[in-house]
Structure formats: C-alpha cells, structure tokens
Design a protein around this ligand. Structure first.
Ligand SMILES: NC(=O)c1ccc[n+]([C@@H]2O[C@H](COP(=O)([O-])OP(=O)(O)OC[C@H]3O[C@@H](n4cnc5c(N)ncnc54)[C@H](OP(=O)(O)O)[C@@H]3O)[C@@H](O)[C@H]2O)c1
Length: 342
C-alpha cells in the first residue's frame, strides 16, 4: 500500500530535504516524482540511499493520478500550479506563503492544530513560515496551561531560509572576504557574511517587514486569534538553523519549573537547559534534527506573568520539509488519503 507523491521544487533547499525526509521516515510511497522548472528538467536528484530521480518540468507535469503534491517552488508558482494540481485530484501541501492566510486553507503544525485538517476545502493545506512553526510548537504547551497574552520575539534566521541561492551567497561572500575579492550582494539587501541584517522579506506600510507580519498573523491563525505578537526578524550568517529569543506574557501565573515541565512533556519539543557554559542548543546543534529545542528558560521579572526562553530548530526540517511530511503522515493516519492507496 502506498501513494503517488510529487515533490514540486525538488531541486531546491526545501525540496531536497522533503525527498530526504520522505525516505528517512519510510513514507508509504508507490511512485515518486521530482518536479521543478524548465531550467533543471532532465537533471537528477537523489531519493533515499539508492534511488535517483530525473527532474520533470512543472509546466508539463500532469497531476492526474497523483495523490499528494509537496510544493515549494515559490509563492507565485504555487499560486498557479497548486490549484491546478488540486483540481486534478492531487492534495497539495504547500510550503510557500501563497495560501497561508486564505480562510479556506488550513495552516497546520501537527503538534499544535491537527484539528484544522478537518477543514480542507480547496484541496490545499499550507505549511506555516519556518520561524512561526518552531515558535508555536514551543508556545502550545505553555498556552494550554498559562494562556499566552503577548509575545515579543527576536529571530536569528539562517541563510538557508532564503533557499539555495542564499546559502551560496553566504559561502561566496565569506570566501571573498578572506581572499580580498570584491564582495557582490545579490540575494540579501546588504552583505550577509560577517554581518546581521534586520530585514527579511519586503517592508510593510507600518515599518515592519513581511516576515515579522507573517509571524504575528500565522501565530494567531494556528494558535489563538487573541495572541499579540511583535517580532524583529534578523538574517544572520549561519547556514542552517533558526534561533529565536522569545519573551512571553501570560494571563496566569507561571513558574520556571512549571514551564519546564510543560515543555518537557510536549510533542516535538526537547528542553536542553543546564544553566552552565554551553548548556543550551545553537543553530549548528539543531542541523539535521527534528526537534524544536528550548533553552535558557527563565522568569521575565519586567511583566506580571512573564517568561523568556531561547528556541532553535532546523528551518529546512521542522521549519519546512518535516512539518509537511508530518502533515502527509497525519492525512494517511486519519484516513483522508486511504481511498487512494492501492
Ligand atoms: N528555506 C526555508 O527554510 C523555507 C521554509 C519554509 C518555506 N519556504 C518556502 O519554500 C519555497 C522554496 O524555498 P527553497 O528554500 O527551497 O528555495 P530554493 O532553494 O530557491 O528552491 C526553489 C525551488 O523552486 C523551483 N522553482 C523555481 N521557479 C520555478 C518554476 N517557475 N517552476 C517550477 N519550479 C520552480 C526551483 O527549481 P529550479 O532548480 O528548476 O530553479 C527549486 O526547486 C519558498 O516559497 C520559501 O518561502 C522555505
């Protein structure tokens, strides 16, 4: 018994991680297609330890007969091809920002709001933004017990969040810096090597960036429409792994011990917090890992019921590919794809 799975954006940072994750987790697959743009048609990507897939052109790809489409080709491309796939009967799990705030599209983090999968109206499910996913995974057990009122978060986001070209730019600029070559800036708005950039995505009218807006509106859609979020999103010269300094104000009293116990029991969360040199998780530690890590848990004495913590996850895994594959696994477990399996 298995499913026909099309990975769209298969040559990209997220798409490659999706192929890896599907293979590692032994997702029940009958047939798998790697799909990308005409630029990479005919090139090859690996699937698992032994298979190699030849990349197909999205423009010409017929989704009829395919059960699941795991999409990460960019928002403008998903806008056109995700509805086309859905109309052909292929259920789409989309990693781009295109459908996240569509009221008819569930925005799902399996550990947080699996019930949202009960309302699939357009044949599309959206995967949240990478920085939102790890934050709501950590907030969920705390919200259940102490009710989150307000979140102040500063992010430290790796260049892989901007795809393969973002990773290449950090590598090339870092090397150029050491050998005294001129530094060219194409992907990021300023030099990223040896630097931090307080801008991710475009500016909005109120002076925030779209990444900061996404963290606020997506958290409300996934967790609770009453939660207030103010974010400052910063790109840092790290290849993989996003970190966040999260400051939370609760309705109810909360102690560090209670928060730690709630986080330790929460699915998807690993607490590493020994209050000694190196007793916390960094982005480099999180690379290739599935967990959302929480460290540096402490009281915020500047508000009535406040807590501060440090949250880290691999943005390509829990922030993208793993979350999408977990959604697919949940669809299988809930029987939402069962009729198609053979
Ligand atoms: N990186 C992350 O941490 C992360 C997390 C969550 C969500 N996302 C979202 O996922 C999407 C992809 O991100 P990424 O990091 O994987 O980017 P990426 O490394 O730049 O890869 C982009 C992928 O999309 C394909 N693509 C581009 N234009 C296409 C077209 N016209 N038709 C078909 N395929 C096309 C590319 O294929 P070619 O090789 O043929 O160009 C490539 O496979 C973005 O919307 C991003 O916002 C990324």
């Amino acid at each position: 018994m298995g499913y026909r799975v099309a990975v769209v954006g298969a040559t990209g940072a997220v798409g490659r991680e999706m192929l890896k994750t599907l293979a590692e987790r032994h997702f029940p697959i009958k047939d798998i297609a790697a799909v990308a743009s005409g630029r990479s048609t005919g090139s090859q990507v690996s699937f698992g330890d032994t298979s190699v897939l030849t990349v197909q052109n999205l423009e010409k790809f017929d989704f009829a007969g395919w059960d699941i489409g795991l999409f990460s080709p960019g928002a403008a491309i998903s806008a056109v091809h995700a509805p086309r796939a859905a109309a052909a009967g292929c259920l789409v799990i989309d990693n781009t920002s295109q459908f996240r705030m569509d009221p008819d599209v569930p925005l799902v983090v399996p550990e947080v709001n699996p019930h949202a999968l009960g309302r699939i109206r357009r044949g599309i499910i959206a995967n949240p933004n990478c920085s939102t996913i790890q934050m709501v995974v950590a907030l969920k057990p705390l919200h259940d017990r102490f009710r989150v009122k307000r979140v102040v978060v500063a992010t430290y986001q790796s260049v892989s969040g901007a795809g393969k070209e973002g990773m290449d730019e950090l590598f090339v600029q870092t090397k150029a810096g050491f050998v005294n070559d001129p530094i060219r800036t194409e992907v990021f708005p300023k030099q990223i090597a040896h630097n931090c950039i307080p801008q991710i995505d475009i500016f909005m009218d109120d002076g925030s960036t779209k990444e900061e807006w996404k963290m606020a509106v997506e958290t409300r859609k996934i967790l609770d429409p009453d939660i207030k979020v103010i974010a400052t999103c910063v790109r840092v010269p790290v290849f993989i792994g996003h970190a966040e300094a999260v400051h939370v104000e609760f309705e109810r009293p909360v102690s560090v011990a209670e928060a730690r116990a709630a986080l330790r029991e929460a699915p998807g969360v690993t607490v590493v917090d020994t209050r000694e040199d190196g007793g916390y998780i960094t982005p480099l530690d999180s690379q290739g890992e599935d967990a959302t890590y929480v460290s540096r848990i402490r009281k915020d004495p500047t508000v009535e019921h406040g807590l501060a913590f440090w949250c880290v996850a691999d943005n390509l895994r829990k922030g993208a590919a793993l979350n999408a594959v977990q959604i697919a696994e949940m669809l299988v477990a809930q029987g939402l794809l069962a009729r198609k399996a053979a």
